[in-house]
Design a protein around this ligand. Sequence first.
Ligand code: ARG
Length: 399
Amino acid sequence: MTERVVLAYSGGLDTSVAIPYIAEETGAEVIAVAVDLGQGGEDLEVIRKRALACGAAEAVVTDAKEEFAADFCFPALKANALYMDRYPLVSALSRPLIVKHLAAAAGEYGGTAVAHGCTGKGNDQVRFEAGLAVLNPDLKVIAPARDFAWTRDKAIAFAEEKGLPIDVSSKSPYSIDQNIWGRAVETGFLEDIWNAPIEDLYDYTADPAQPREADEVVITFSAGVPTALDGRALSPYEIIAELNQRAGAQGVGRLDMVEDRLVGIKSREVYEAPAAIALIAAHQELENVTVERDLARFKRGVDQRWSELAYDGLWFSPLMDSLNAFIAEAQKHVSGDIRLTLHGGRAVVTGRRSAASLYDYDLATYDTGDVFDQSLAKGFVELWSLPSKIAAKRDRQVG
Ligand code: ARG
C-alpha cells in the first residue's frame, strides 16, 4: 500500500511546493491539512483546492478557532504569558494545536509520517516535533525546508518547473505567521536591528500616533477567563476577535524586540497582538485585586516558567500539566469586571470591581472610618527588620 504523509499546509509557496516534492522524494501520497486559527487572509476553501491542484491526495480544512481560543489562548491568559516579559506567544501557542490535528489526521487517513515547512533555525520545528513525540511517537517527521536545504529561489524554480498554481511574485519579503492571538513578522530589512519598523508591516493595528477618540471596554472574567464584553456574553473566540478590532483600531499591542530563540539565535521580531495585550493587562489587574499576596508573588514565577515552556515547545510535558493545575487553583477567585481605556497604543485599566475582591476600603482608607490599627505596625516593623539589624551590627564589629 502507498504510504501517506500528513502535511501541515498553509497555502503559501513553501508548503505548496512541499506537496509534489514529498510525493516525488518518498513515493507517498500527501494529505494536506490546513487549520483555521482565525488567521484570516485567504479563504480556506481556496487554500484546500490549491493543495489538491498541487497534487495532494486529500486536502482537509479544520476549523479550530474556538478550540484555539479556549484551550490555548485562554490558558496563556491565565498565566499572563509573555515570553521575555513581552511576547504573548502567538506562534508558540498555535503549534501544539496544529500538531494535535496533524496527529488526528494521521490516524484518520492512515498517515505514517508528518511533514512541516519549518526551517532548521526556528522554534517552530521544535514545537512540531516535540509535540508529535508525545502525541504519537510512531509518526516519522519530514521537514523538506530543513532537511533538504530548500531556499526561496529553489522553491520558486521548482514551482515553475512543475507548473504549480501559485503566484510566486506576490510572496512578501517577510516571514509572517498570524492567528487570532496575534501576528509575527520577521526577516527582510528587519534583520538589521537598527532599522525601525515601517507602517507597512502592520495589519492588526492602526498607527497609535494618529489622533482619534478613545474607546472604553468593560471585560468580565470568571475564574480567570473572560466571558463578556460590555455586559454581552461572548464565546472565547468572539471576545478575542472583537478586542482585536477595538484595541487594534487604537494601535494597542505593537512590539518590536530582539528575542532569544530556543536554538540559541537572537532574532528580531515585530509583533502585533491587540487583544492579547489588552486582555493580559486586564487579567493581571483583576489578579492584583483578588489574589492573596504570597500566592500572587509565587504565581509570577510560575507564569514566567509557563511562558518559557510554551515558547520552548514543551506544551505537552509533565511540568506544563502541573503548572496548569497550580494556575487553575490560583484562578478560583479571579472573577469580576475590569474597565479599560484603549487609546494611543495603550490599554490602561481605569476601574475594577469583584465580589471576590480582597481590597478592603475600610482598611485602605486614609479618611475617617479607618479600621486599620496603626499601633500594631510599630512592633511589626521592629521585628521585621531585626535580622538585618543584627547582621549589620555584626558587620560593623567584625568588619
Ligand atoms: N519568533 C516567534 C516564535 O518563535 C514567531 C515565529 C513565527 N514564525 C514564522 N514562521 N514567522 O514564536
